[in-house]
Design a protein. Structure first.
Length: 255
């Protein structure tokens, strides 16, 4: 019975933490370049149930007969990011950019470098290419990109050209293995352990498009309802076991 209490509790804890993840995904279902998180559940070890079977032998020679096993529930092993590409949405704006692979490289005002799929870029007062948050977009040379005052075109390889067709800069686009990145904001990531990523010769960049969040609102809401049912069911089991344990304790006290 104690094992049953533990199983119900761990199921409730896993469901509670999973609800937080799903709620964050739902809140960012309209965030450009957002990558949803999913919870990786792992089972706790099963516990064997055994009984002592008397045999024609001294007490010390009695054997243990295993009659079965009982599960002890599941726990959230880790949260992982789903890097699957979101749908592309056409905006027609000159500095809205979307990638088929890799990440844009950006730098904040204090020098921290991040990677993102959020391609909502614009010119600042000095002509630098910046994000919607004002962070610098870096070129292949690792420096902020300065744009001409005239319209530019951006090719699939990240080359930025002026209205005469001259290349003025090239976007620094890097690809990473999933475990090399850690979340650093709604749509920003930072590299782990000094990873620098792999340069991409052709990232499939599209000008005038933005990548939508890969969190599907209907799917996330459906998952949230299912997790809430698991939580409620585990809560009911926990309450029933607690009541049974109370009754058993009372009966034992009268013996």
């Amino acid at each position: 019975m104690i094992k049953g209490l533990y199983s119900a509790f761990t199921a409730m804890e896993a469901a509670w933490r999973y609800q937080d993840v799903l709620a964050n995904n739902i809140a960012n279902a309209s965030t450009v370049g957002f990558k949803r998180e999913i919870a990786s559940l792992a089972p706790l070890g099963d516990v064997p149930i055994s009984q002592q079977a008397p045999v024609p032998a001294p007490l010390t020679a009695r054997i243990q007969a295993v009659v079965g096993q009982v599960g002890t529930g599941k726990f959230v092993a880790e949260f992982v990011t789903d890097f699957q590409q979101g749908m592309l949405r056409q905006t027609g704006l000159e500095l809205d950019l979307a990638l088929a692979a890799g990440f844009f490289t950006i730098r904040d005002e204090v020098g921290n470098v991040f990677y993102t799929r959020d391609g909502r870029f614009q010119r600042d007062a000095a002509g630098s290419l910046v994000t919607s948050a004002g962070y610098y977009v870096l070129g292949e040379d690792g420096n902020p990109i300065t744009l001409p005052p005239t319209p530019v075109t951006v090719g699939p390889d990240g080359a930025i050209r002026d209205d005469n067709g001259n290349e003025v800069a090239r976007l620094r686009i890097r690809d990473f293995a999933p475990l090399q990145l850690a979340r650093a904001g709604e749509a920003y990531f930072r590299a782990l352990d000094g990873a620098e990523g792999i340069p991409l010769a052709d990232a499939g960049l599209r000008q005038g498009y933005l990548e939508s969040s890969n969190a599907n609102l209907v799917e996330e809401l459906t998952s949230l309802l299912a997790v809430q049912r698991v939580y409620q069911a585990s809560q009911a089991v926990l309450a029933r076991l607690d009541t049974t344990l109370d009754q058993a304790s009372g009966e034992l006290g009268r013996l």
